[in-house]
Ligand binder design. Structure first.
Ligand code: PXL
Length: 275
């Protein structure tokens, strides 16, 4: 069987179990070949840690792509996540045709916000850039906060979010141009959380129990599983069940360890899936 090749474009947070450090093991576990185009190198993720370091790799990105282009290197999928510099959106959009195979998938996780707020250090230019990338995407994977920033629909407190509110967000996201949307972090009352898939016609909703704690990096894990499952030909329903169950199990593994306040212990779940 042909091995699918994914290029993931996001930061390397050296410590903290998010972005590239979770995408690579997850994609590999599900049989996907990986390559990286790091947008920045940080000592940790930006939420929950003070005084993190940040090395911007914008200038290196074009050089790396040019080198790949001259070597005829191409990918079945480009999967983007956290972008720390607004100049990188044009680099990605202007070059993607050079390194994405014909019919390859462009999957955008506009990782920039949660709980009604942008991540520290990000601004409206990042919102505009993510919005622009979503216009060209085969799949986008925003959470409710990111969806509201990109569409201009008012962000509502989870207790005020309704099915109509989610349907409106999905329609507005679809109008941006994305072919398929996976809206994450949708709730139904206080005890359930999940995601809605939408291809412009059909909605697929998967809800599961809401865990009492939340952790950084779970959005990146969720998206990495989605990317792997899509490339492995799974249906929207199977993919959403897999990703939501995986996050619940990872949180469950982590909650007893009070020192583990950053990401989740997803490695244990990957391990148990292979047993
Ligand atoms: O998990 C998303 C993410 C990725 N990368 C960096 C972040 C965050 C969330 O805070 O700070 C650098």
């Amino acid at each position: 069987m042909e091995t699918k090749k994914v290029l993931t474009i996001q930061d390397i947070s050296c410590y903290g179990q998010c972005s590239t450090t979770v995408a690579l093991p997850i994609l590999s576990h599900y049989g996907i070949e990986t390559a990286i185009l790091p947008s920045a190198i940080l000592s940790t993720h930006t939420s929950g840690f003070e005084n993190f370091t940040f090395l911007d790799l914008t200038d290196e990105m074009q050089k790396i792509i040019d080198h790949w282009f001259t070597n005829h290197i191409e990918f079945d999928c480009i999967y983007t996540g956290y972008i720390g510099n607004r100049k990188q959106f044009d680099i990605i959009l202007n070059n993607k045709h050079k390194i994405l195979k014909d019919g390859g998938l462009f999957i955008v996780d506009p990782a920039m916000a949660d709980n009604g707020k942008l991540y520290p250090g990000l601004d409206d230019f990042i919102v505009l850039g993510m919005r622009k990338m979503c216009m060209y995407a085969d799949y986008i994977i925003p959470n409710v906060t990111e969806a509201s920033f990109m569409t201009g629909v008012e962000y509502k407190d989870p207790k005020d979010q309704t099915t109509e509110y989610y349907n409106n967000l999905l329609q507005e996201l679809y109008k941006l141009g994305a072919k398929n949307i996976i809206l994450t972090g949708v709730v139904d009352g206080e005890d359930t959380i999940g995601a809605i898939g939408f291809d412009g016609i059909t909605r697929t909703t998967v809800l599961t129990e809401k865990m009492p704690k939340s952790y950084h990096g779970t959005g990146d894990i969720f998206s990495s599983i989605i990317v792997a499952d899509i490339l492995n030909g799974k249906s929207m329903k199977e993919t959403l069940h897999h990703a939501t169950d995986f996050i619940i199990d990872s949180i469950d593994q982590t909650m007893d360890d009070e020192k583990h306040e950053y990401g989740v212990k997803f490695e244990q779940i990957l391990k148990s899936e292979s047993e």
